[in-house]
Design a protein around this ligand. Sequence first.
Ligand SMILES: [Zn+2]
Length: 331
Amino acid sequence: MGSSSVTPPVAQRLYYDQDSALEFQAVVTGLGHGAPGMGQDGREEQRWLLALDRTAFYPAGGGQPWDTGVLKAAAASETPFQTVVERVEEDEAGEVWHTVREPVPVGSHVVGRVDAERRMDHAQQHTGQHLLSAMFLRELGLPTLSFHLGADSATIDLPAEKIAEEDLRRVEEAVNRVIFEDRRVRPHWVEREEAERMLQQGKLRKLPERSGRMRIVEMEGVEFNACGGTHVRSTGAIGGLLVRRLEKVRQGQRVEFCCGLRAVRAAGRDYARMRELGALLSVGPAEMASRAAGLIEDKKQRAKEIKLLQKQLREMESRLGAASQEGSAKG
Ligand SMILES: [Zn+2]
């Protein structure tokens, strides 16, 4: 990242502690130029990069997007200001850079506030993914190859040619049972040797290549997972998981899913579409498929009839044409 300032020390990550508050105090330790962003008038605007001595903002990583929020002047600051945090990323040295709209001088005391709704949504989808992956492994022996969390959908990729509908529903139910059981989700810090022991014992499925202390997230009675992401504090807060669809991809099957309010909203949208369709077809949800199949069959039948009638018409026309030619030849 293009920082032009002195190299600051790496920020203390407050988001590692899952019970930490989303509002925090910090000191600006680095300031640099960011890539231009879009202003309200649609024109390009200068952006700035800030490093802090401590931060609760999660930078993009592990398939999880960054937190957003605001930074404002702390009471100790001389100049009052407030700036939006649009993007948060980690550089190769492990420093966290906050993309903001206004420059804030190094040494400034600031208060940061993370957008709670966005954080909760990401933590729900991400913790839901841990659980979904664990249940695919337990129920069908399928390990997760990759994970993606976007603004609209979350997916995992599994090494399977096909997944039967009933298997998919069994995994989905197993996931939701663990959600109802409201099991604790908590991070532990362990040394690399301890993590390797856990790997050998089969408690951990894989380990990142990093050396030093490691953050292992435990989902009580379900799994241990080496992960630096943000999670909800217990499985109940995932709020429910809905598997949306399966898609064939190069490395196997892609499973799209959603958790929490995303699941509620997705179900609501589906119902609204179904109601619209039901009104058109004049039937309830249970009869929609058979009514639609009937209409399609009907359409095919009509097409056949039209073809037959057209054929008869052409034959009749050619017979008439022949008869009139014969008549004119006689006359
Ligand atoms: Zn995680």
